[in-house]
Design a protein around this ligand. Structure first.
Ligand SMILES: NC(=O)c1ccc[n+]([C@@H]2O[C@H](COP(=O)([O-])OP(=O)(O)OC[C@H]3O[C@@H](n4cnc5c(N)ncnc54)[C@H](OP(=O)(O)O)[C@@H]3O)[C@@H](O)[C@H]2O)c1
Length: 263
């Protein structure tokens, strides 16, 4: 396979997850300002590290994985060193393609992505959208890169706030559900370690079943819910307390916040 030089700017949480996923298939170099972190990245992932200027000049693809508040200064510096027309991929929440194009030049091929936390173990899902100058092959390359850390979907940029609300924040909803379920199981008298095991294996098993059977959640739910049984008793409480409405409101709030924070 042809190797492409990928430069990752920012080797923190998300940057290192991406490095860990792509380093086996691509030549990767990282720019990380924190010295200790830089040394750890070198040791852990056996990747080259270097200054922004070196990475910018040698890379055909530059992945920006710094915090949104550091974007301005990084883009300013990056503009000084860019040669050729590398593909610029951002993973930052709320930074639009236009924001990057404005700072690096309107001809810059920009891809915006929204990965999520399970990317750390190669099981994330990344929403991908293209800027004005990005070509179809750029989108395909971004899909290839992010498929090293999980699945990918391609959307119009106008849907990125929805992707952020769904899969970006999504792991927190799942953990909240598991946390609440675990507490409730404990309240029935089981000790913590058993409650945790029951909840984890139930979630894992249900997900695997859904994947293998290729059936909708609603169909599988109906299958567990026999008339007049225990599950139905629980379902009635969820419905009386309008669980569907709670999800609608929570997702609307996350989507609204994503919009407010985007620039
Ligand atoms: N974490 C997630 O689950 C997640 C999910 C989706 C998207 N994202 C996006 O990923 C981006 C990074 O988030 P994160 O959680 O990975 O943050 P993080 O852990 O703080 O990582 C950013 C790293 O970049 C370094 N850095 C900052 N400015 C730099 C510069 N000029 N040159 C080189 N390195 C620089 C930081 O060093 P210092 O610590 O010294 O500042 C830090 O080590 C954000 O834009 C976020 O929106 C994250």
């Amino acid at each position: 396979m042809m190797k492409v030089n990928i430069g990752v700017i920012g080797g923190g949480n998300m940057g290192s997850a991406i490095v860990s996923g792509i380093r086996k298939k691509y030549d990767v170099a990282v720019c990380e300002q924190d010295r200790k972190r830089r040394q750890w990245l070198k040791r852990r992932y056996k990747v080259m590290t270097g200054g922004l200027n070196t990475i910018a000049q040698m890379s055909k693809v530059i992945i920006l994985a710094v915090k949104p508040q550091d974007f301005d200064s990084v883009l300013k510096e990056l503009k000084l060193y860019l040669i050729g027309n590398p593909l610029v991929i951002s993973v930052a929440a709320g930074i639009t393609c236009r924001y990057i194009e404005k700072r690096l030049g309107s001809k810059t091929r920009v891809i915006r992505t929204m990965p999520n936390l399970p990317a750390h173990i190669g099981r994330g899902i990344t929403g991908i959208c293209a800027g004005k100058a990005a070509k179809k092959k750029d989108v395909i390359l971004a899909q290839k890169l992010f498929s090293c850390v999980g699945k990918t979907i391609v959307v119009d940029e106008k849907y990125m706030d929805a992707v952020t609300a769904a899969s970006g924040s999504g792991p927190a909803y799942v953990f909240l559900f598991m946390e609440s379920l675990q507490k409730a199981v404990r309240s029935l008298g089981l000790k913590d370690s058993l409650a945790k095991m029951l909840v984890m294996q139930t979630v894992k098993g249900s997900l695997d079943l859904m994947e293998q059977r290729k059936e909708d959640a609603s169909v599988l739910r109906a299958r567990v819910t026999s008339k007049g049984g225990t599950t139905q008793a629980a379902m009635e409480v969820f419905e009386r307390n309008k669980i569907g409405q709670i999800f609608l409101k929570a997702l609307a709030a996350a989507g609204k916040r994503a919009k407010e924070l985007s620039k």
